[in-house]
Write a protein that binds this ligand. Structure first.
Ligand SMILES: Cc1cc2nc3c(=O)[nH]c(=O)nc-3n(C[C@H](O)[C@H](O)[C@H](O)COP(=O)(O)O)c2cc1C
Length: 190
């Protein structure tokens, strides 16, 4: 029996050249298990600031974001932490993903965070949206956590690293994501 295959999209919540979170997303794409394809979305910074006025006639890029979410089984977020919260970039993309209220684009999507941050490792930024995403109909695959502290000198901007701790952490997360998607696919009515 062939395994089901799943499609994930991924974005980084950091715009910084040399971003460790962008690096984690790129690493994830490179080491994804055969059951998972990962498309990196590098245009979430072009989404307008969330403004409900725009929802009457959503801009093309918003429609594109919603279509990408609806076409994916999973969303992987390279999730930095600024002042104990997601970056404005990540929060804005998430806010749009929770719209429109009648048919939320994020609903039914499995979400996985990969974080590289300062001392917190991204704990606060991840936790601040985990519950909310559940309310919006997404399923956050929380374990195993990828919350890496101060790894900037251990992974380059393209996600190249020879640090087994980083590689193993990302690989374990992707495995857990595939397992969650496989379980859901095998669950009638899910
Ligand atoms: C404005 C600002 C606030 C930050 N606040 C936190 C924080 O609350 N907790 C933390 O662990 N790191 C914090 N950091 C450190 C970043 O998470 C760290 O620089 C991380 O590498 C940024 O992600 P990037 O490498 O993908 O750009 C902050 C950095 C900036 C610039």
């Amino acid at each position: 029996m062939t395994s089901p295959t799943f499609a994930a999209i991924a974005f980084s919540g950091s715009l910084r050249n040399g971003s460790s979170n962008t690096a984690l997303v790129r690493l994830a794409q490179r080491i994804a298990p055969p059951e998972l394809t990962i498309e990196i979305i590098d245009w979430v910074d072009q989404l307008p600031w969330m403004n409900p006025d725009l929802e009457t006639d959503p801009p093309e890029i918003v429609l594109r974001w919603w279509a990408a979410l609806r076409g994916a089984d999973a969303l992987i977020i390279g999730m930095p932490e600024y002042n104990a919260t997601p970056t404005a970039l990540a929060k804005n993309a998430i806010d749009w993903a929770t719209r429109p209220p009648s048919d939320r684009a994020i609903a039914g999507t499995a979400v996985a965070f990969l974080s590289a941050a300062g001392r917190s490792g991204g704990k606060n930024s991840q936790e601040s949206v985990t519950l909310l995403l559940g309310f919006m109909g997404a399923t956050v695959v929380e374990e195993p956590q990828v919350r890496l502290s101060l790894v900037g000198d251990r992974i380059d901007a393209d996600g190249n690293t020879d640090d087994p701790l980083i590689i193993d952490a990302v690989a374990a997360k992707l495995r857990a994501l595939v397992d969650a998607l496989t379980l859901r696919a095998a669950t009638p009515g899910a």
